[in-house]
Structures are given as C-alpha cells and as structure tokens.
Design a protein around this ligand. Structure first.
Ligand code: C2E
Ligand code: MG
Ligand code: MG
Length: 436
C-alpha cells in the first residue's frame, strides 16, 4: 500500500508527502491535467493509503513511460507509454528491461542490458544510484533513463516499491524534461537517509578510537570517532553523515548510539582512561541530553569523570543562556566538557571563562601550519597560555610531525592527538594501551 496525503478520489488529486516533493523538473505532469507532485512519501508522513488500481489508472494517462517495481526491484507494472517504448507488451517478471532496445552509458558507449547498472543492481538486490543511461527505442530514437527508482514507503516506513520514469530525449517534450541531475540528487539524498537510518538501527555505525597522549608519552584517553561502512558507498566520513543525520531527524538516535557504545567500550577497559565523545550542535540543544548522559553512565557503569563531551564554539553563541544551563547540568554530573576545533569559530574569549569548560582543543589547521606560518605558532602559544591562565587543559589536534610535537611540548601543551601518535582505529588495535 502506498501513502498519499489526499485520498484516491479522482485523477485530479494532488499527491504530496507533505515533507517531500519531487524536483521542479517534474512539471511535465502538470500538463496532463493533474499534478503528480509527489508519489513518494516520507516514512513518518501520515495520510491514507493509495488505491493501487487507482494509481495504475493515473499512470495509464501519463504521456511518459512509468514502471513500478516492488521492494525487491522487480517490475510489477508498466504503463502503456512504457509498453509503447518497448514496441510490444512487456512481460512482467521476465522483462525487467523490456522498455528499451539498447542501452548507452553517459559516454555514449553501447552496453549490454545484462551489464547495465540497473540489471546488476536488480540481480544483487541493491539500490541503483547516480547513474544516468540513455536507452534506444525500437525505432532507433534515444530516451534518457532515470536510474534512481523513487522509493515508495508504506505507512510504517517500510520500503514497498519504487517507480521510475522514462522520458524522450528529443521531440516535443524536450523543453519540459525534468532536471535529471536534480532528480538524481533528490533520490540520492533520500536513499542516503534511508540507508543511514538502517545503519543506525542495525548498529552498523561503528566507532574508531584515537589516543591522546601526555608529553611524557603516557596515554590519557581516546576520542571516539564515528564510522559508517556502507556496502555500496564504502566508508562514509562523519563530516558527511553527521550533517545528513541532523537534516534527516536521525541525530538523536545516532548520538545516543555513539554515546552508549563509547561509554560501554571505555567501561570495559582495564585502565581507567578517558573517553571523549563528539556532540553535534543539534544534540547539544536537546533538553534531554543531561538525562541521557546520566542514564548511559548508569547503564554502562562508566565513572562520569572519565567521560568528556566535545562541543563546538557555535553552540555557545547560538543560545548562550540555554548552553550555560546544559553545560552546568552536565558538569554537575561530573562529566568533562571540551571545546573542539578551537580557533575556527567565533573564538570569543568572554565565554571561555563564563562557561564551565575543562578542555580546549586547538584546531588541527593551526597545528598543521606550525613551522609554515608564524601566525600559527603565535596563536597556538597564545591558546596554550590562555587555557592555563583559566585553569583549562589544552589538547592539540592533528599532530602529524615530530617537529609539531616538539613545539607543542616546549610550549607546555598538556595533551597531543594526531596521526603521528595514533590513527583512529578499532578499539582492539589499542588493547595494549587500554589494558584490553
Ligand atoms: P573532530 O572531532 O575535530 O575529530 C578530529 C578529526 O581529525 C577526525 O576526523 C580525525 O580522524 C582527524 N584526525 C585526527 N588526527 C589527524 C591528523 O593527524 N591529521 C589529519 N589530517 N586528521 C586527523 P573524522 O573522524 O573524519 O571526523 C570528522 C569530524 O566529524 C570530527 O571532527 C567531528 O566533528 C565529527 N564527528 C566524528 N564522529 C562523530 C560523532 O560520533 N558524533 C558527532 N556529532 N560528530 C562526530
Ligand atoms: Mg572532536
Ligand atoms: Mg576537532
């Protein structure tokens, strides 16, 4: 069953997920007398189920070719325009590709259907992304093939199918063709969020740990850094998926998973080392954060003093009063607070002594240019002195060379972290430091 905001009363119904609309390029449908604004629906959206028969009736009137797939990627429906492209009636279940005669990749090279990314993806049961093909109709004319089936979710947010559209490359509709790049980007964004949600729910977001050392070479603790290993995308950087999680309403679930995993891991170490966990600005703004931290500390048995939460300067500027309340509640639990990426944001000195911070992390951009620009050395020296004057511990991030480390040690920096000393790795790789 598909979702729609409006009920399936007539062919001129407007469909919308409420939250999501298709790219503006989908205007061609407006000409058909009804606006196919969005046939996809957000998993969280409400609304009545669409009558499949009615939906098929709607598609039948479309001048563009449409096919529907089920959640497994098998074609379950062709409209007459799709059948016309094929020059014959499609054989459902057999003819995954029957709407086209020949396929060309973006470079215009001929491809065997069986080698096409769509066919491969269907065989392997995975999604198709970011591929645009041209296909040849039986009469030799070319069409563009939107390779990203738009997902259809049921009311419980389960993937039940997808639909796809074929448009003529040339001819009367060219001026009104959808913007392929925009459509592909839209689809990719949705697919990305869906996969990210699945990864969070299935525990596929992993943590790597990067050690932090004192000048005498002893380890004081680790920073937990999130990693997403997606079967199709490979390792996705947190710099990409954290903002996507924020946009997609997934950050609370992700943040709680990271915090819980990091605390559980640290609690299992023989040595009582510290663990630093990054908080995104949105997570920090949640009123439930202090309670969540308290619950997780209770659940995992980690001593509060061993947990350090890393925030960035922006959170203190956006809503200083609220930030102060949250930080005070966290500090009251005994948790440490580090200011991450110091020097890259607003760097207002006034909040350094107003807010109950325990740690300043000098951004790696300054460390990287030590010995390259005089300013970096001056700024790094000043930050170390400032931190010490305020009774705040100073950590240098991104230490990559012995020269950088020497400089930092000479200037009295308390702690250092970086590839020179240890890369972010699976906890098992640091068993010799954690005591197992
Ligand atoms: P960050 O908290 O400033 O983390 C330090 C980043 O610098 C990490 O990138 C780390 O892998 C990298 N790094 C460490 N040492 C070196 C070095 O010597 N040279 C260079 N070039 N880089 C080094 P990563 O893991 O890609 O994380 C990027 C950012 O994503 C983090 O910056 C943090 O802001 C965010 N992030 C990571 N994990 C989480 C998480 O679990 N939750 C949240 N909210 N944000 C996270
Ligand atoms: Mg950090
Ligand atoms: Mg940082």
């Amino acid at each position: 069953m598909f979702q729609a905001v409006a009920g399936p009363e007539g062919a001129d119904q407007r469909f919308s997920s409420g939250a999501i609309t298709l790219a503006p390029g989908f205007a061609p449908f407006a000409e058909t007398g009804f606006e196919l604004q969005a046939l996809l629906s957000a998993p969280s959206g409400g609304g009545e189920p669409i009558d499949k028969v009615w939906l098929a009736g709607l598609f039948d009137q479309l001048p563009a070719a449409v096919y529907l797939t089920d959640a497994d990627g098998r074609i379950s429906y062709f409209n007459p325009a799709a059948a016309a492209f094929a020059g014959r009636e499609p054989r459902l279940g057999l003819d995954l590709w029957c709407v086209t005669e020949r396929l060309f990749n973006q470079a215009g090279e001929l491809m065997a259907h069986a080698d096409g990314p769509m066919a491969q993806a269907l065989r392997e049961g995975r999604a198709i992304r970011n591929v645009e093909l041209q296909a040849e109709r039986p009469d030799g004319s070319r069409i563009r093939f939107l390779q990203n089936p738009t997902p259809l979710f049921d009311r419980f947010g389960r993937l039940v199918g997808g639909f796809n559209l074929l448009f003529e490359l040339s001819g009367r509709d060219e001026a009104r063709m959808p913007d392929m790049a925009e459509h592909a980007a839209d689809c990719e964004r949705l697919a990305f969020r869906r996969n990210l949600r699945e990864a969070i729910e299935s525990g596929a977001i992993l943590l790597h740990y990067q050690p932090q050392f004192r000048p005498d070479g002893t380890v004081i603790g680790f920073e937990a850094l999130a990693r997403w290993r997606d079967p199709v995308r490979g390792v996705v950087s947190p710099a990409t998926f954290i903002p996507a999680a924020e946009e997609g309403g997934l950050i609370a679930a992700l943040g709680a998973h990271v915090l819980r995993s990091a605390c559980r891991e640290a609690a299992s170490w023989a040595k009582p080392l510290r663990i630093s966990v990054n908080l995104s600005p949105l997570e920090f703004q949640s009123d439930e954060l202090p309670a969540l931290v308290e619950t997780i500390l209770g659940e995992t048995g980690l001593e509060a003093e061993r947990l350090e939460l890393e925030i960035t300067e922006g959170v203190m500027v956006t809503d200083a009063v609220r930030a102060m309340t949250t930080l005070s509640r966290l500090r009251a639990l005994g948790v440490r607070i580090a200011l991450d990426d110091f020097g890259t944001g607003y760097s207002s000195l006034s909040y350094l002594h107003r807010f109950p911070l325990t740690t300043l992390k000098i951004d790696r951009s300054f460390v990287a240019t030590l010995g390259v620009t005089l300013e970096s050395a001056a700024i790094t020296r000043a930050v170390i002195q400032l931190g010490h004057a305020l009774g705040i511990e100073v950590v240098a991030e991104g230490v990559e060379t012995p020269e950088q480390l020497d400089f930092l040690i000479c200037e009295g920096c308390d702690l250092a972290q970086g590839y020179l000393l240890g890369r972010p790795l699976d906890a098992s790789a640091y068993a010799h430091l954690t005591g197992g």
